[in-house]
Ligand binder design. Sequence first.
Ligand code: PLP
Length: 425
Amino acid sequence: MNGSRAADLIARDRQHVWHPYGPMPGRTEPYLVESASGVRLKLADGRELIDGMSSWWAAIHGYRHPALDAALAEQAGRMSHVMFGGLTHEPAIELATTLVELAPDGLEHVFLCDSGSISVEVAIKMALQAQLALGHPGRRKLATWRGGYHGDTFHPMSVCDPVGGMHALWSGVLPAQIFAGPPPVEFDEAYAAELVAMVEQHADEIAAVIVEPVVQGAGGMRFHHPEYLRVLRDVTAAHGVFLIFDEIATGFGRTGEFFAAGHAGVSPDILCVGKALTGGYLTLAATLCTPHLAAAISAGQGGGLAHGPTFMGNPLACAVALTSLRLLSSGAWRDQVRLIEIGLRTGLEPLRGAAGIADVRVKGAIGVVQLDHDVDIAKATAAAVEVGVWLRPFRDLIYAMPPYVTDPDDVARITAGIAAAAAAT
Ligand SMILES: *Cc1c(COP(=O)(O)O)cnc(C)c1O
């Protein structure tokens, strides 16, 4: 792209376009992307960057994947969208059936929604409607642990970490929920007892416990012992409280298991998926639930689940998602994720103990460097760009979640980008 065209676009971006979590205009100039292919983003000035972020953890097969491109084009040739009220179509049916086959046991019904936050809204609605229908009108709250992230719409915000999620900004607006402390990395009996006590003490006022299994993502990129999921499964089941797993970040292989629930061998009552569902092509998410929940909701006073977005079950998104799941069904992701894990460990471990570095941690295709101070995002990003890598640090965290198709040399470059970003801030 010629330089003056690029400069004009950036100027209008700064004048009119909001970017995530930013002021208007943004604090720093965004980088203008012209195209993307494989694991590389091509900037308008011709530079190429290896994408260490998978476009916020979604583009697991990389960009312009031939099978995903073909699925999208073929579906556009048939129909891009039809309403889902009273109508149905093959892409939605095939996708829902495939999700049920891949999901943890017992999850048999699929509600297709527009984004991750909405899938969490729907999960909460399912839990609240089912409790009401089952004769527990007092169970209107949710319980979770500190350090979580579940989306940016209001009810999901209420179960985000109160500090990280800036609850102070929303006092009087967000419903007050029940929080346990953040889950420790290792198994700790005292913390397990805290989880049990939280559910026991609040059983008659909570509809569900909602957590991100094994990896807490945007709330702080923290990992915890999977045994806590079994503890939650047992105590919620014993008290008729539903268990919601938000696998929007962890689903589809990212942590080394297809779903993070697999690390603990437990099934939730409700499962949220999103992000990598369409391989990063289009916005789509889903909320799965058990027949027990669906039967309760369907027999309840609403006569059905009270949700139905305009673009529900969008055929383009469903067709691409189905193709992405078929790519994953070859099983190649398992070795790819393992190789990335080895590459991230090799590249990041040497940073442990360096000045300014508080922690280094890797799980599956997730590599995290935590600093002992907040990152200067502009400086850190620019340092990684110098090395040819795209990263988007936040708070005190510089991390990578590369596409599964990233080869070892590119993973090494990503870890060099992280090191450069850490040194620059
Ligand atoms: C990203 C994310 C969400 C929100 O998804 P959006 O598509 O951004 O609305 C919810 N939960 C988790 C765990 C996430 O990582």
